[in-house]
Ligand binder design. Sequence first.
Ligand code: AMP
Ligand code: MN
Ligand code: MN
Ligand code: MN
Length: 284
Amino acid sequence: MNHLVNADLHSHSVVSDGTLTPEALALRAKANGVGLWSLTDHDELGGQTQAIEAASRIGLPYLTGTEISVTFAGVTVHIVGLGIDPTHPELVEGLRETRGGRQARARAMADDLARVGIGGAYEGALRYVDNPELISRTHFARHLVETAVCGDTHEVFRRYLVEGKPGYVPHRWATLRDAVGWITAAGGVAVIAHPARYRFTANEEYALFTEFCQLGGQAVEVVTSAHSTAEYVRYAEFCREFGLAASRGSDFHSPQESRIDLGQLPDLPGQVRPVWELLESRIH
Ligand code: AMP
Ligand code: MN
Ligand code: MN
Ligand code: MN
């Protein structure tokens, strides 16, 4: 598969915090001209069989995927795993543990929202949840939009649910070592997701990339909906500096909420090595 294939290696279904089923995503990806797709639900592999089967039915090349929540230097960082064996016991068990704290966290988030006069948020968020093990901030955001507390989900993540705002509850996720280790054990490639979103200082970011490489991580998202054109250039340079491959993914969650649809991103910059070159043998 060449450098310019329309790869979209980051997307979410109802198995985590997306609004479409894996089948509907496969059809949408195909209709949008995606040439290589991955479903990367947060801390979950429950949609992988459906995604493999749906993609196969319509002749859409597919890589298995997941997006693991990690705490690094006190900040939540996301590590995508591509080409993993979705039945690998170490990965399956690690993700089950990572999902484990979400129920208690969600109740604490609702308590904190109640403190500022927003009641019933836990029950409200649950109405948007398909997978009971995966209640996320996105489900709370949908509830706050539905009840007109905010105009859209982007406004929610400015005024609520983030550090220093009502509804934010600190949480300890997996370690970077665990996430990269599980992905690698399951035969996959670990990818730093949307690095510009973490707002690290230069030193912290350097530490993340250095440790990630030492642990066996092999790629970084360069072209993603969270990045500006200047950030594509910046992370293409990181690829050269750290010897990492480059990934490309929309992080699509919903036709109503996502700014960039499946398959609608610019191409990878010319100088970088596409991550799918490392994964040829894992493509379904
Ligand atoms: P959680 O895993 O429960 O912390 O929820 C994280 C999810 O919330 C992310 O995967 C996004 O889908 C969503 N999210 C976080 N920050 C933002 C933001 N600033 N704008 C839109 N969605 C966000
Ligand atoms: Mn999400
Ligand atoms: Mn993410
Ligand atoms: Mn994502």
